[in-house]
Design a protein around this ligand. Structure first.
Ligand SMILES: *Cc1c(COP(=O)(O)O)cnc(C)c1O
Length: 458
């Protein structure tokens, strides 16, 4: 399978290329040149598989030239052996909500599901065999810890994690800054997540720096993350044994919900994909009005969604604009020069065929957590609560699966505020509360981050 760039489809890359690079030359995102389309019979066969078998089948479509199927199967099994649940994810009925728990991995958020596989792919693809790879990643709180858990102490790999200083939860920070080995560097940037992501993207686009440090990336713009996330859409759809299924997805960078869109393009008959946002509602605005205009980031009780530049949206645009790479490029140029772009009515309508979008405020999120606790004695995290809130806006959609993106313990302070309850640490979290946190505070500029990295790897 070949990969192209959303801004230039004449470019050709292998899976290994795109795995290592993360971002296409010129700033576009990678997409496969074509997608596997499953027939009804194929879907019937896939519905019989357990999670690891299903993951092998689906992921293999995207890397069959580099990874043999039986070895991919072993890699996946190894990746998920640290999960609390043998089936990796868990679909639960809470009242009339179908909750898909995606937080049984080592760092309590759905990011573990892709990151564990990616960690093992670095080894399998021998990306760091002869030369040390320096991975630089921006996190709004959960990608960082998942990447650290997956890459800690791997040979010839250093990991630099940029998180927005003082803008993530205490437990998020605690996990990130205490579980890593000597190859992990936590950087608290004096800025927002968007600033962190911008720095990482710009460093990737600086060819000389990227080459100098042999730089690689594991942000949600990395296609390998998306392909691992496609799996649980299929898995939960099959579990429901119902043909009218929609998904409600707490959304920030548009990676997780985009995986659902790809599942639909591959033939899974999903009805609607519901984007749940917090006050940082750029996606809600673009889907309902066509104007994509980043605002300044406002802090909320759902910090992993405090994002205004939803990078993966570019991958949707590519398909909405009928694969016209030149139009994607020109919209992205508008975004860079005028800080916004506008979609045409017919393009908005095309998006609305597959997507709905709802903004959920902090007050609503708190009251949803409280309500679910009172009615069902079950606790959800604030991000998951935005997904529940968005799902509630739709009465006639049939079954809606809400993606449970994080374990409530990761956001204990907010859960306590909503319900009055103190939460115990789940058993599968191996956290030493007394361990000293290790991170460095660095200014919000490319040069300061570059100097920091160069200082650590010399
Ligand atoms: C990352 C994250 C999200 C947002 O996912 P995107 O792929 O960035 O849209 C939502 N909830 C939690 C808990 C997360 O960690």
């Amino acid at each position: 399978m070949n990969y192209i760039s959303t801004r230039d489809k004449s470019l050709k890359f292998s899976f290994k290329d795109i795995f290592l690079r993360g971002l296409a030359p010129g700033g576009g995102l990678f997409l496969p040149s074509k997608l596997k389309k499953y027939s009804k019979e194929d879907l019937n066969h896939l519905s019989q598989l357990n999670y690891n078998e299903l993951a092998t089948e689906i992921i293999f479509n995207f890397c069959s030239e580099e990874i043999k199927k039986d070895e991919l199967s072993l890699l996946i099994e190894k990746s998920y052996s640290c999960f609390k649940n043998k089936e990796v994810v868990n679909l639960k009925k809470i009242g009339d909500i179908n909750l898909l728990e995606l937080y049984d991995g080592p760092t309590l958020a759905f990011k573990d599901i892709a990151m564990q596989v990616i960690g093992n792919m670095y080894d399998y693809l021998e990306i760091a065999k002869d030369k040390t790879v320096n991975i630089v990643v921006a996190t709004s709180g959960d990608t960082g810890s998942a990447a650290i858990a997956a890459l800690s102490n791997r040979k010839n790999i250093n990991l630099f994690v940029l998180h927005p200083h003082n803008k993530i939860s205490n437990i998020q920070r605690k996990i990130m800054t205490t579980i890593g080995g000597d190859n992990i560097y936590n950087i608290a940037i004096e800025g927002s997540f968007d600033d962190c992501q911008k720095i990482v993207k710009e460093l990737f686009n600086e060819d000389s720096f990227r080459a100098k440090i042999n730089m690689s990336g594991v942000n949600s713009i990395n296609w390998a993350r998306i392909i691992c996330q496609i799996v649980y859409y299929f898995y939960s759809f099959f579990k429901l044994k119902n043909n009218n299924v929609s998904f409600s997805v707490p959304t920030g960078n548009f990676g997780d919900i985009y995986a659902g869109y790809v599942a639909k393009k591959m033939g899974l008959p999903i009805n609607k994909l519901i984007v749940a946002t917090n006050k940082n509602d750029i996606l809600q605005r673009v889907i309902n009005t066509g104007e994509y205009k980043p605002d300044t980031v406002k802090p909320t009780i759902t910090p992993s969604m405090d994002i205004q530049v939803a990078s993966n949206f570019e991958r949707l645009l590519y398909y909405i604009l009928d694969e016209k790479d030149s139009r994607v490029e020109s919209l992205m140029k508008d975004l860079a020069s005028k800080s916004l772009f506008n979609l045409e009515k017919k393009e908005i309508n095309k998006i609305k065929k597959d997507f709905e979008a709802v903004k959920v405020t902090d007050e609503e999120t708190l009251s949803i957590i409280d309500e679910i606790y009172n009615e069902h004695k079950f606790i959800i995290d604030p991000h998951t609560a935005t997904g529940v809130g968005a799902a509630k806006s739709f009465k006639n959609l049939g079954d809606i699966v809400v993606l449970g993106t994080a374990h409530p313990y990761k956001f204990s302070d907010t859960v306590k505020k909503a319900t009055g309850k103190n939460l115990d640490s789940p058993e599968h979290l191996k956290l030493n509360m007394d361990k000293k946190e290790i991170f460095d505070i660095v200014g919000n500029s490319n040069s300061e981050v570059k100097n920091y990295i160069l200082g650590k790897i010399k």
